[in-house]
Design a binder for this molecule. Structure first.
Ligand SMILES: *Cc1c(COP(=O)(O)O)cnc(C)c1O
Length: 375
């Protein structure tokens, strides 16, 4: 990476800060001067504003997306030996969170178009020990939730949505995060709604689950210093909540911008050998990432890097093939689409601060490489 200056980086969280600098600086200063830094006014307001945005009744701010998944799984009762069906084509966080509650991840393959869990494989993965499904709305595209919730209902399973990449995505007119029993969001700086540090939220329409998560995030306390249940410490802090409240006001605009940029890429790649992301007819893609497929992708990445264009791979090695997990996690059925995707995907630059001209420049460079390499 060191040889060429990246003129078009793959992500740019600082641009997102600078776009709203004055409001964010004022919000941070307000918290610093108020003097309440943990679980105060900002967190409470952001919890209701964000859960309102999603269209779910309750929001509970936590320390990160991984911890949001962890406490959501705990609230659903996941523990020793309980099997949780999910995908291997995801951020390792999804799997780490399942193992954090001593539950057992079971992987199924993805659908090759949406990159999300393939419902056809879920049924076969259900065993006597299965307790939950974690669909991941990867890249900002909703999983096939009608099928997921139908299977869950038939087998009495909980559905915990991993929405770390899907703020603003919707399915059949409803936001992701309002489609299962409970959902986990991340506010990692590069996500669709990003803090200036770590943060996360659990969202649910179920008051009993919300209550449980509220206790779990702070030692099981309802009343200070009295633990009713065994909990952990995972709190969203006041400064991050204040920053996120500002950014939430611009979230729809930011998602719209992502959709416009995706449209420019789509148009440029139409009729070429570049495989574009396709939104299902019942889904609104939030384009957290714009992921193409192309053969010889490592060559493409080098070619782009030499022109100052940065790309990323989400993700290069499926979780079941990573050293910490290899040979240890049950894969139900084959992982054909997962393994094929891992070798062909490239995430092109995508963030609201990116100019249309830059997107056109990236697209032109991809097409030029594609012509030259004959792919
Ligand atoms: C980012 C991410 C997480 C974890 O979020 P953190 O806030 O980084 O802990 C979980 N799942 C997916 C799919 C993610 O992309």
């Amino acid at each position: 990476m060191a040889d060429v200056q990246m003129t078009i980086p793959p992500v740019d969280p600082k641009a997102d800060y600078l776009a709203h600098k004055e409001e964010i600086d004022a919000a941070v200063r307000r918290v610093m001067e108020r003097g309440q830094y943990i679980l105060g006014e900002e967190v409470g307001l952001f919890e209701s504003e964000f859960s309102g945005y999603i269209g779910a009744g309750f929001g509970i701010g936590v320390g990160s997306g991984t911890e949001a998944l962890h406490v959501a799984l705990m609230a659903c009762g996941m523990g020793d030996g309980d099997e949780v069906i999910t995908v291997s084509h995801t951020a390792v966080a999804t799997v780490a969170a399942i193992e954090m509650c001593n539950a057992v991840p079971v992987f199924v393959d993805i659908d090759q178009n949406s990159y999300t869990i393939d419902p056809e494989h879920i049924e076969m993965a259900v065993s006597k020990k299965t307790r939950a499904i974690v669909p991941v709305h990867l890249y900002g595209h909703p999983a096939d939730m009608a099928s997921v919730t139908d299977i869950a209902k038939r087998h009495g399973l909980r559905v915990i949505e991993d929405c770390a990449q899907s703020h603003g995505a919707s399915y059949r007119g409803h936001m992701t995060g309002s489609l299962g029993d409970i959902a986990a969001f991340s506010f990692y700086p590069t996500k669709n709604l990003g803090a200036l540090g770590d943060g996360g939220m659990v969202v649910t329409g179920d008051p009993a689950l919300a209550e449980k998560v509220r206790l779990l995030r702070q030692y099981g306390w309802r009343q200070r210093y009295i633990s009713e249940i065994q909990g952990i410490n995972s709190r969203l802090d006041e400064i991050q909540a204040a920053v996120l409240r500002v950014k939430l006001r611009y979230l729809d605009e930011a998602i719209q911008r992502r959709r416009v940029l995706a449209g420019i890429y789509d148009k440029a790649f139409a009729g070429s050998g570049v495989v574009c992301p396709k939104a299902a007819s019942d889904s609104e893609h939030a384009y957290h990432l714009y992921v193409i497929r192309i053969s010889g992708r490592d060559g493409l990445r080098d070619f782009l890097r030499k022109q100052g264009i940065g790309t990323l791979i989400h993700y290069p090695v499926p979780v079941h093939d990573q050293p910490a997990y290899r040979g240890r996690i049950k894969c139900s059925g084959d992982m054909r689409n997962t393994e094929k995707a891992a070798g062909e995907i490239v995430s092109l630059p995508m963030y609201p601060g990116l100019s249309s001209a830059s997107v056109q420049k990236v697209a032109d460079a991809v097409l030029e490489w594609s012509r030259r390499s004959g792919s």
